[in-house]
Design a protein around this ligand. Structure first.
Ligand code: AMP
Length: 385
């Protein structure tokens, strides 16, 4: 399995990642980090939720640290363009978090707030500037920002930029950046217009891609069972004893929740193993090996522990708790139906989790069909529509 160490990341970054509880790179990170570290241009197809921010932020931070330089007044070494202020803030926060042991200077600028503070933040130059295109152009016109020292240019969510009418401003910004630069171009989809924009900006790019949310969601047969928290363990047991359930991954939101589920299952005579952040590396490896070999059929995991796990033949994903981050739902259900196989994802939704289900349905643009609670010994039935 790829690790952050084996990707060649330096100790200050590894320390920050450990602090965040990241145990393994996500697929887009494993693919993109080596190319970015090697100085290549990259064209990536990845959506928010795939870990794409760290896929570019980590290797960029490393390159900055390998070659320390004082940026010019009003200048930056890295420019990241983002379509919305929310995303721009998140990206800037990610750079700050991952670069916290490296003294990286990061600033963010977007419209709707006064320009003065943003200009002052740029006065002595920064390592990383994250900006929305409109406000950046304002600052360029005011001469409070200069782009002639940019070494790395990142364009994030290019298709969203196109929807918002930012293509001309982007071309204008790109024309002010030295041609001798590294360019990273990310988009969730690659329609012709975006492909053409990429072609004009990239030099012999490496291509990286992960399956978009929609593809994952379409491939997996999903269902939700409405159930009170107190009954969840009985419902889980009934689902697991149904003859169609094979190798099953059960997700809980917390580590304690995972341990409790294992205990209940074992008390009912069903062997199960758990992986989460409180388990030692040895315990996790053993649990995974047992799950892979079929020695245990049921593995209970938390979201973070499950990142980077790649086990084939998972027939079912059961969300014992619904995730509060909707993107995690897509990651979870993507663990089944790998490599074109069929898979089913069943979510147990307690009354206080209805809001989580709503956010998931909004993100995936998909209504999850309702399934009746299984009656012990019988196959669960789809509820009448
Ligand atoms: P992004 O796709 O960049 O918006 O990231 C989605 C979420 O995944 C963010 O909350 C990140 O903090 C988190 N994340 C990114 N990489 C990892 C990783 N390797 N392990 C665990 N969580 C991660």
């Amino acid at each position: 399995m790829t690790s952050f160490e084996s990707l060649g990341l330096c100790p200050p970054l590894l320390k920050a990642l450990a602090g965040e509880g990241y145990t393994a790179p996500t697929p887009i990170q494993a693919q993109a980090i080596p190319f970015v570290l090697a100085g290549r241009d990259v064209q990536g197809i990845a959506q928010t939720g795939t870990g794409k921010t760290a896929a570019f932020a980590l290797p960029i931070l490393q390159r900055l640290a390998d070659n320390k330089r004082q940026p010019a007044r009003g200048g930056c070494r890295v420019l990241v363009l983002s379509p919305t202020r929310e995303l721009a803030s998140q990206i800037a926060e990610s750079f700050k978090t991952y670069g916290k042991h490296m003294g990286t200077r990061v600033t963010v600028m977007f419209g709707g707030v006064p320009k003065g503070r943003q200009a002052r933040a740029m006065a002595n130059g920064v390592d990383v500037l994250v900006a929305t295109p409109g406000r950046l152009i304002d600052h360029m016109q005011d001469r409070t920002v200069r782009l002639d020292g940019v070494e790395v240019f990142v364009l994030d969510e290019a298709d969203h930029m196109l929807d918002l009418g930012f293509v001309i401003p982007i071309r204008r910004i790109a024309s002010q950046i030295p041609a001798q630069r590294q360019t990273l171009f990310f988009s969730a989809t690659m329609p012709t217009e975006i492909g053409n924009l990429a072609k004009g900006m990239l030099n012999d790019p490496a291509h990286v891609a992960v399956a978009p949310v929609a593809t994952t969601v379409e491939r997996v047969d999903q269902a939700v069972i409405f159930v009170d928290t107190a009954r969840k363990r009985h419902v889980l047991f009934d689902l697991l004893t149904d003859h169609t359930t094979g190798r099953t991954l059960v997700f809980t939101r917390t580590k304690h929740g995972a341990d409790r589920v294992v205990k209940h299952l074992e008390e009912s005579g069903m062997p199960a193993a758990a992986i989460h952040g409180n388990k030692s590396q040895g315990q996790r490896e053993r649990a995974l090996a047992d799950f892979r070999s079929g020695a245990v059929r049921v593995l209970i995991a938390t979201d973070i522990a499950a990142r980077g796990i790649d086990v084939d033949g998972v027939t079912h994903v059961i969300n014992y708790d619904l995730p509060n981050v909707p993107e995690s739902y897509v990651h979870r259900i993507g663990r089944t139906a790998r490599a074109g196989a069929d898979g089913q994802a069943i979510s147990l939704c307690a009354p206080d989790e209805r809001a989580f289900l709503k956010s998931i349905e909004k993100l995936t643009r998909n209504r999850v069909p309702v399934m009746n609670q299984p009656i012990s010994g019988q196959r669960p039935q789809r509820a009448a529509a």
